[in-house]
Write a protein that binds this ligand. Structure first.
Ligand SMILES: *Cc1c(COP(=O)(O)O)cnc(C)c1O
Length: 221
């Protein structure tokens, strides 16, 4: 069996264990983040029927997935990286989910192209929960206003919130803050948890885990 399949199986089991042990009602989906990995590394996952895949760059995603999608039509593709508004059109064309909506200009571009292309993507608002300068994301205290604007003025299909907790701290506190905000807004989804902290994210109600290295191994860059 391919190593990535073994990894995915053991993660799937671990997720189930955490859910059962803590009596959680959630059923988090695993997004295999395939950035930097070439098609031949991803194929075992596709052939096994894995459905959710994520990338963080438009160009790389286009090169890889335009082709792969022809043979694997059921998959759902997630954009998880920083998205420039001049690439909004390509993002809407390529992706089923966008996890990184982080400003008004991008929101209006996405809305414009969704109308033009007659396609709706499922969108997460990225929240800069720890208010870190180097990270993008809407400030916590501005999320309500941004959410209302995206929903009412732009008719975006906002399904939840996403965050990237500070690298050097316990992520739990930041998962909790995001969970509370999403409950306040009555949103159903949370994009939280990466290879190093997904176990904690599950405890705070994550519905989409974004896992790269835990499935595919170390990245070269
Ligand atoms: C790369 C990436 C991930 C996956 O990271 P791992 O630590 O390899 O699991 C998750 N989310 C985003 C936004 C990423 O860019």
């Amino acid at each position: 069996m391919h190593e990535c399949i073994q990894n995915l199986n053991s993660i799937t089991n671990k997720v189930k264990e955490i859910i059962d042990k803590n009596n959680l009602k959630t059923d988090p989906k695993i997004i295999a983040i395939t950035k930097t990995f070439e098609a031949n590394k991803i194929l075992p996952l596709l052939e096994k029927g894995h459905l959710h895949f994520g990338e963080n760059k438009i160009q790389e995603a286009e090169n890889k997935w335009m082709q792969l999608r022809k043979n694997f039509k059921n998959i759902e593709l997630h954009m998880v990286g920083k998205l420039q508004s001049n690439k909004a059109k390509k993002a809407v064309m390529l992706f089923d989910y966008i996890h990184s909506l982080d400003n008004y200009k991008l929101a209006s571009k996405i809305s414009q192209y969704e109308n033009q292309l007659n396609k709706k993507t499922k969108i997460f608002i990225q929240v800069n929960v720890a208010d870190e300068n180097q990270k993008s994301g809407i400030k916590l205290e501005e999320v309500n206003k941004f959410y209302e604007y995206c929903k009412k003025n732009l008719s975006l299909n906002i399904i939840g919130l996403m965050n990237l907790p500070p690298a050097d701290e316990d992520a739990s506190e930041y998962f909790k803050i995001l969970r509370n905000k999403s409950q306040e807004l009555n949103l159903n989804h949370l994009s939280m948890g990466m290879s190093s902290d997904y176990d904690k994210a599950i405890l705070y109600g994550s519905t989409f885990l974004r896992l790269g290295s835990a499935i595919l191994g170390k990245r070269k860059i």
